[in-house]
Design a protein around this ligand. Structure first.
Ligand SMILES: Cc1cc2nc3c(=O)[nH]c(=O)nc-3n(C[C@H](O)[C@H](O)[C@H](O)COP(=O)(O)OP(=O)(O)OC[C@H]3O[C@@H](n4cnc5c(N)ncnc54)[C@H](O)[C@@H]3O)c2cc1C
Length: 440
């Protein structure tokens, strides 16, 4: 069978990797000039490139480490203890250990204990189905109290959901707490930072090498603009550079993007895809010649800040440099997406200098604004009923994206596990008859 994978992000590349490992012929079609999607590096002046977005590996991840070993990237894995913290009313508070947590001054002792209880409750809850029906705000107030909600959780939810979290189910915080609380481990309880030395793109590049070595093709600058549908099954794929035939098509792209490709599909199905809400992301990245602090990640509780955290990582191949990321998630209707880069940098720098008065302009060697319209699917209450199926209503057409990994967070670990499941599902399908590919 010849299978097209639309989208060369982590999902598409992992899917193509496992399908080709099973002996299938695959062709990846990626609209960008390089593969990787959110893992794709940004090219700067002076021939310098940086990971577009900050990525680290969770020490408890399993699928990603297995894949890293399979691809022979073990020597690329870097581990170090790195503190994280909180900027609250202008002061930086370390949150490196249980002790830091229990002595966190902005909270009363009683509230700190209730915060601990919230974490424990999340870890003890195995059945997430009930949480899918409870608003995150109600669950957090019930377990941890109003004061903790206002001081700790509301800033986090406002930052993550761009203030619009009334309908967000408690599964979000349940997944977040379960992932975060296993991050602090080891005898000194310091946070372990794990990352690939050459950046997150190294994983995708290594899969691309393996896919090509198995005789398959990866086409960049190939934007699919239509998937034809005839008699409830897929027809040809139209790209700007030609018309292609495949036996099966797996779209590893955000849900609303698939709706744009199904021009002749059933209107109800198309509408259900096009209405799927997603958060966007604006993320200025600064290349600095010295880190502004020892903190790997700092979360800001101040609602007036244009960005919600500061993530600092070593530059992948230039030891003199660090990269500071200043992300802001944007709700679908947020108009920051249309603001020019120069205005964004100006607004972000005013706030950054308040946090780090010692960060002088001469330490900033490069600045770039990265933005992506569809980064994270937004799940509302009873989300499990609205997860789009992998098998679409059309024979031969499948969807694989992060909206299907619910209730887990859409991390690289979850993406790799899901791509593997989708690969198995495709391999179990009856063989469709092969049509020949034709160039236009
Ligand atoms: C700021 C940020 C930080 C993150 N940090 C972490 C982290 O620390 N750890 C972690 O585990 N995970 C992290 N993640 C999550 C991780 O990046 C994602 O789970 C993963 O990259 C999703 O990959 P994807 O392939 O589903 O999507 P994408 O990377 O968006 O890929 C989709 C691809 O499809 C292509 N495409 C779309 N339409 C078409 C078309 N019509 N024709 C051809 N191609 C098309 C796009 O160009 C793109 O390359 C982070 C995400 C973000 C945004």
């Amino acid at each position: 069978m010849h299978i097209a994978v639309i989208g060369g992000g982590l999902m598409g590349m992992t899917l193509a990797y496992f399908l080709s490992e099973a002996g299938q012929r695959v062709t990846v079609l990626e609209q960008g000039s390089a593969i990787g999607g959110l893992h794709n590096p940004a090219q700067l002046a002076d021939n310098l490139s940086i990971p577009r977005y900050p990525h680290n590996i969770h020490p408890g991840d399993k699928h990603i480490f297995k894949l890293i070993n399979q691809l022979g990237l073990q020597d690329e894995v870097c581990r170090r203890h790195a503190p994280s913290g909180l900027v609250h009313h202008g002061d930086i508070y370390p949150l490196r250990s249980i002790w830091d947590f229990l002595t966190f001054r902005p909270l009363r002792l009683r509230d700190r204990l209730r915060l601990g209880q919230t974490i424990l409750q999340a870890r003890l809850t195995n059945d997430w189905h009930t949480l899918d029906q409870i608003p995150v705000r109600d669950w957090l107030i019930k377990i941890g109290g109003k004061s903790n909600f206002e001081r700790v959780w509301a800033p986090l939810l406002e930052a993550k959901f761009d203030y619009d979290y009334d309908d967000v189910p408690a599964t979000f915080i349940w997944s977040w707490l379960n992932r975060a609380s296993t991050l602090r481990g080891g005898p000194d309880l310091h946070t372990s930072l794990v990352y690939l030395r050459r950046g997150p793109g190294a994983l995708v590049e290594a899969m691309a090498d393996a896919i090509r070595a198995r005789g398959n093709e990866i086409r960049v600058q190939t934007r699919v603009r239509e998937i034809e549908i005839h008699d409830n099954q897929i027809g040809q794929l139209r790209t700007y550079s030609g018309i292609l035939d495949f036996d099966m098509v797996a779209a590893a792209i955000p849900t609303p993007e698939l709706s744009h490709l199904l021009l002749t599909a059933d209107e109800t199905y198309r509408q259900s895809l096009s209405k799927a809400p997603y958060l966007g992301l604006i993320c200025p990245a600064l290349v600095v010649d010295q880190p502004a602090s020892e903190y790997w990640t700092l979360n800001l509780t101040d609602p007036s800040s244009p960005f919600s955290s500061i993530v600092t990582l070593p530059h992948p191949d230039n030891a003199q440099y660090h990269v500071m990321y200043l992300p802001k998630y944007t709700a679908p209707e947020n108009d920051w997406m249309g603001v020019p880069d120069s205005d964004i940098l100006e607004a972000w720098m005013i706030r950054l200098r308040q946090v780090y008065p010692n960060l002088k302009p001469e330490h900033i060697k490069h600045a770039v604004v990265n933005r992506t319209r569809y980064v994270d699917p937004l799940h509302a209450l009873n989300a499990k009923e609205r997860i789009p199926a992998v098998q679409t209503p059309y024979e031969g057409l499948y969807l694989a994206n992060t909206s299907q990994v619910y209730p887990e967070l859409p991390t690289s670990e979850a993406v790799i596990a899901h791509a593997q499941r989708v690969a198995r599902q495709l391999l179990a399908q009856p063989v469709r008859h092969t049509l020949s590919s034709t160039a236009a």
